[in-house]
Design a protein around this ligand. Structure first.
Ligand code: NAG
Ligand code: NAG
Length: 531
């Protein structure tokens, strides 16, 4: 995914960059003005925009499927399942829940604040930049885009120039459906991206390679802009001899062959014993023949490598180890067959970088602990796949290997659970999204304490005011002290008790002097919240 890498590092003074710089300043100016006027913040407005996005997917399915076919020879099946319908369902889910996500949260509060209002407000950051990747040009661009809209931001979307056909369709369609002041699509490659990153954004969400992720973060640092980086890495598969090998083989190959392996969470390599490897290879031959026939290249269900540069990169990796299955290619079509490599060493080129192609090397290990040390001696992966019937082995691997996410007994599907956060750790990324997590990513959580001016509360905390003395210090320190067992579950009961005691005292003394205050106290007390 590192297409923008080289030139971004040296910077670019390529022709047209100064005109694009002016244009980006104008776009940012328009977006920022709309944001400051509060336009994208109204919940009704957000919902309307999201409904429009849903409509965009519905009304332009064919154009989107065609663009994905041009870019990756993606089949209609994968275009709908992994991109268009996936993104559409995400919008529908957001629309169903937006009202509750936007509402301020009322977290539990300590006894010091029993009369006060403690809230967490959900605030949009401002103008967000969302940079998509070419492998799933709709999913990884428009899901964060929709999340940024849902959270009330203005958004600049930058689709990947590598998937040019889809980028163009998005640039044509989005202004037709969504508000033109709040939401913008910019196209372009390295010079444009370099210029764009010089602008000040309030949030940057990038999907792509670790190398470019570092550049994006460095650019964001200029304005201390928070970033989410959805990167990649070599996601390992562990299989032992306890699982149903037929099912396991299908599920691993499905994850590898989808989008011709150009998936950030594709199973990158397998760790297993020699015996398991033999069974896997034997099953794999049968499965692949069943899926793709006798001439795999003719199957309409296999995608192509996105461009020549990536084709040349991936084809070199086949030279590592020994080909056990596949190994064919056709440069004129950017076709590489599903390929399984055996006798691979950890130091081979295929193990040095994320493969991002339909090649599956197998590394032999003898035990789960050997697998764990192999993985942990490398950068942390985005996904980890554990195939075992043995719950102790599973527990051991879960607890001893760090990864962005885990899927047991299958591949990739953990992403489709919208209640699970999806994101990397270490070099596989920072921050997460999916379902509500996408909304949260683009939302600043603003804590707010609203103190009551009630004389009772004032009295309770009067020990904070000078002149200090030992008695005040002691009583405050003891009041503040965290006590085990004083759980918030019992808070309403403790509150009622305290209230009862205090009010009878307060009532007696106050009632004599200031009956008006008593009335105030009773009327202002937020009883409703606790019942
Ligand atoms: C994984 O599959 C095996 C059967 O092959 C099963 O015994 C085991 O319980 C499954 N693991 C989980 C987490 O369900
Ligand atoms: C590895 O996993 C086991 C549980 O299976 C756990 O007891 C142990 O603490 C873990 N080791 C590390 C270093 O996390």
């Amino acid at each position: 995914m590192g297409d923008v890498l080289c030139c971004l590092i040296i910077g670019s003074d390529g022709s047209g960059s100064s005109t694009s710089a002016t244009r980006y300043s104008e776009i940012l100016g328009t977006a920022r003005k709309a944001f400051l006027q509060g336009k994208p913040k109204s919940v009704e407005f957000r919902k309307k925009q999201l409904r429009q996005l849903h409509k965009l997917y519905e009304e332009n399915e064919d154009a989107l499927v065609a663009a994905l076919a041009t870019d990756l020879r993606k089949s209609r099946h994968e275009a709908l399942v992994a991109e268009i319908c996936y993104a559409k369902n995400d919008v529908a889910n957001t629309l169903m829940h937006l009202k509750e996500w936007v509402a301020p949260e009322k977290p539990p509060k300590g006894i010091m604040f029993l009369l006060d209002d403690v809230s967490i407000y959900k605030e949009p950051y401002g103008v967000a930049l969302v940079m998509g990747a070419w492998n799933y040009p709709i999913t990884v661009a428009l899901i964060p885009f929709a999340g940024a809209i849902a959270a009330g931001n203005c958004v600049v979307l930058k689709p990947s120039e590598v998937s040019a056909a889809t980028a163009k369709v998005l640039a044509d369609l989005i202004p037709k459906y969504l508000d033109k002041e709040c939401y913008h699509v910019v196209l372009g490659g390295v010079p444009e991206t370099t210029e764009l990153l010089k602008e000040r954004f309030d949030y940057i969400f990038y999907t792509g390679s670790t190398a470019v992720g570092k550049i994006v973060r460095a650019a964001a640092n200029e304005y201390l802009t928070p970033v989410t980086l959805e990167l990649g890495g070599k996601s390992p598969v562990f299989i032992d001899d306890t699982v149903d090998m037929e099912i396991a083989t299908r599920r691993i190959l499905w994850g590898k062959c989808m989008n011709a392996g150009q998936t950030c969470v594709a199973p990158d390599y397998i760790l297993c014993t020699k015996e398991v490897q033999d069974k896997f290879v034997e099953n794999a031959k049968k499965v692949l023949r069943k899926w793709y026939g006798d001439n795999w290249k003719n199957s309409p269900d296999l995608c192509r490598i996105v461009n020549d540069r990536h084709f040349q990169r991936v084809i070199k990796l086949i030279k590592s180890g020994k080909v056990a299955v596949g190994g064919d290619s056709d440069a004129s079509e950017k076709y590489i067959s599903p390929t399984i490599l055996i006798d691979v060493k950890g130091t081979d080129p295929v193990m040095a970088e994320e493969i991002f192609g339909p090649i599956l090397p197998i590394i032999n290990i003898r035990s789960a602990s050997e697998a764990a040390s192999f993985i942990t001696s490398r950068e942390k992966p985005l996904a980890f796949y554990i195939f075992t019937e043995n719950s102790a082995t599973r527990k051991y691997l879960l607890e001893n290997v760090s990864s962005g996410g885990v899927c047991c007994n299958d591949t990739i599907l953990h992403l489709s659970v919208e209640t699970l956060p999806f994101g990397g750790v270490g070099y596989s990324g920072m921050g997460a999204y999916n379902g509500k997590y996408t909304f949260d990513t683009f939302t600043h959580t603003k804590g707010c304490l609203a103190r009551s001016m009630n004389p009772l509360g004032e009295k309770l905390a009067a020990g904070r005011y000078p002149p200090y003395n030992e008695k005040k210090t002691k009583s405050l320190v003891s009041f503040m002290k965290k006590r085990k067992g004083l759980s918030f579950h019992y808070f309403p009961h403790i509150l009622m008790f305290t209230l009862g005691v205090l009010s009878s005292f307060a009532f007696r003394s106050l009632a004599k002097k200031q009956p008006g205050k008593i009335l105030n106290l009773v009327l202002n007390f937020p009883l409703k919240k606790y019942f």
